[in-house]
Design a protein around this ligand. Structure first.
Ligand code: PBG
Length: 336
């Protein structure tokens, strides 16, 4: 006689379907494919590649690297890339006027990509003034405040030069009020009604953007200033839904939540509330912390990469902007 009361045998045994690989694959509810990945690029004015210390494995690309990397994205089955410029500090001004130069680094890059791969690859351009402003803010500054409506006018011009260069998706990341509607009207007026808008609708004032600011060279410009008067506070959840509702009403084709991993609850709420194309940005700091742990031998880079990206799919994201895009696509290709 055992000295304890034996529990009845369980009739439901969850482990039956976990026993073999074929069974685990058979019941898989979510899948990650290369088509889920959007690849952010940093570009600089010059040739060759520049390393970014805080983003190991992510180089700034010179003009001579663009065509080859665009072909590689296509071969990997990545549907779209997003371009971010490391603007020469000599071109940065208070009014960020380089943002509206039809021949600026972003526009030249977009033309080079399109000349090489045409419509085989979607090109996304960020709309915000921080890569061009001497103060590192996303908008125009009057006194010590980022002014809304004056900024939106510049963002409309920036969107038009990017669309004229061949950009497929305008992605406003500035968090000014009313910019989606204004940009939609401006694009339509410029004969660009086919150009999509992917709104950074729920963008938080986050410390996870640090390495990005190194990559575009805006961290020094911002000099301790914060973006809290326009980006959302991490305390906010319902407010994100309000932002998304406004951007959709103003004409956004798709919306984004940013950062990613600490905000998967927001991704899930946005997708389940609005049922529209919803993207998440696994931002620079998220990438950097995984790489740093992997470099120390504390985490397995490939496994954590795939697991983290699967988390976005499970939360409901239709795609993820991630610096892991090429590595993940290569791995998926090798496994498939
Ligand atoms: C610019 C912009 C930022 C990022 C994307 N667009 C930085 C910021 O708002 O300061 C961050 C992306 C990343 O960290 O990978 N408005």
């Amino acid at each position: 006689m055992p000295e304890f009361q034996r529990a009845p045998y369980p009739t439901t045994r969850m482990r039956r379907i976990r026993r073999h690989d074929w069974a685990r694959r058979m019941v898989a509810e979510n899948a990650l494919t290369a088509a889920d990945l959007i690849w952010p690029w940093f570009v600089f004015d010059g040739n060759g590649r520049q390393r970014v210390d805080s983003l190991p494995g992510v180089d700034r690309l010179g003009a001579d690297q663009i065509a080859r990397q665009a072909v590689m994205a296509c071969e990997l089955g990545i549907p779209a890339i997003a371009v971010f410029p490391a603007t020469d500090s000599k071109l940065k001004t208070e009014d960020a006027r380089e943002a509206t130069n039809a021949d600026n680094l972003v526009c030249r890059t977009v033309r080079a990509i399109k000349a090489e791969v045409g419509d085989s690859l979607g090109v996304i351009c960020d709309v915000a003034l921080d890569p061009y402003s001497s103060h590192g803010h996303d908008g125009l500054v009057v006194g010590d405040y980022v002014v809304n409506d004056e900024t939106v006018e510049v963002l409309c011009q920036q969107s038009i030069v990017q669309a004229n260069a061949g950009c497929d998706i305008i992605a406003p990341s500035d968090m000014m009020d009313g910019r989606i509607g204004a940009i939609r009207t401006a694009l339509d007026g410029a004969g660009k009604s086919d150009v999509q808008i992917m709104s950074y609708a729920a963008k938080y004032a986050s410390a996870f953007y640090g390495p990005f600011r190194d990559a575009v060279g805006s961290s020094g410009n911002l000099a301790g200033g914060s973006k809290k008067t326009y980006q959302q506070s991490p305390t906010q959840s319902d407010e994100a839904l309000h932002e998304v509702a406004l951007d959709l009403a103003e004409g956004a084709d798709s919306v984004m939540v940013k950062p990613g991993m600490p905000y998967l609850d927001i991704v899930h709420r946005v997708k389940s509330t609005f049922a529209v194309p919803t993207f998440a940005y696994q931002v620079s700091g998220e990438y950097a912390m995984i790489c740093a742990a992997a470099q120390n031998g504390w985490l397995n880079r490939s496994q954590v990469m795939i697991e983290s990206l699967m988390g976005f799919k499970r939360a409901g994201a239709d795609g993820v902007l991630t610096y892991f895009a090429a590595d993940a696509a290569k791995l998926l290709k090798a496994d498939g």
